[in-house]
Write a protein that binds this ligand. Structure first.
Ligand code: HEC
Ligand code: HEC
Ligand code: HEC
Length: 128
């Protein structure tokens, strides 16, 4: 036979624990990432591709740029808007998003991602 009373008390404590702010704040980074735009990005108004695509798939775009740049020597990317971008991680992405720590790293730190690109590519110098 089981002890119904204890199970119910256990459930109440359990629910209390899982819904308490302590639980959600436990461990790392409780704050949701809030990537900041530089003035330059704000002025440009849009990214290389639509924001929804950039949010989920910027790594695919970077990979594609890298492959086509290095292997096929294709150095320019034409956006749907007709705007032409030089395919460069440092020279293009990080020129506009020059606040790497408050943009890229906001999400990456939160997700526990640390792209190894910066072993070779140079991070922008940021003024704090
Ligand atoms: C081992 C060193 C190394 C690492 C690590 C590395 N790259 Fe590169 N990458 C290079 C070199 C060398 C070039 C060629 C540069 C040239 O020809 O001007 C290049 C070129 C590129 C280019 C096109 C040109 C440019 O200036 O950006 C892109 C985009 C790129 N890499 C993205 C990435 C990304 C994204 C990562 C991380 C996921 C990464 N790379 C990691 C060495 C590296
Ligand atoms: C000329 C400026 C400019 C360049 C170059 C640029 N971006 Fe953006 N990026 C923006 C702007 C502006 C937004 C926000 C668009 C919006 O709010 O709809 C954005 C949004 C993003 C987002 C989504 C951010 C979020 O809050 O979810 C990612 C990720 C991103 N960019 C990565 C990149 C990468 C990677 C590159 C290079 C391949 C790049 N950007 C090149 C201006 C730029
Ligand atoms: C809106 C949040 C967000 C922003 C802003 C953002 N990233 Fe990411 N990035 C992610 C997530 C999430 C992943 C992991 C996705 C996965 O594993 O499928 C990722 C993965 C990557 C990867 C692949 C890492 C690997 O090891 O394969 C690269 C490269 C990268 N991001 C570059 C950038 C650069 C450069 C910027 C700034 C210009 C940037 N990201 C801004 C969320 C973001």
């Amino acid at each position: 036979m089981y002890d119904g009373g204890k199970i119910i008390i256990g459930l109440i404590i359990g629910i209390g624990f899982f819904t308490s702010p302590f639980f959600f704040n436990a461990g790392k980074a409780a704050r949701r990432p809030e990537p900041e735009l530089t003035q330059k990005a704000k002025d440009a108004k849009e990214c290389v591709l639509e924001t929804s695509y950039m949010k989920s798939s910027h790594m695919k775009l970077l990979d594609e740029w890298r492959q086509t740049f290095v292997r096929n020597d294709e150095r320019y990317f034409t956006a749907k808007s007709g705007k032409v971008y030089y395919k460069s991680l440092q020279g293009t992405c990080l020129d506009c998003h020059s606040n790497k720590s408050r943009f890229c790293d906001q999400c990456h730190d939160y997700m526990g991602e640390s792209p190894y690109c910066w072993e070779c590519h140079i991070e922008p110098k940021e003024s704090k």
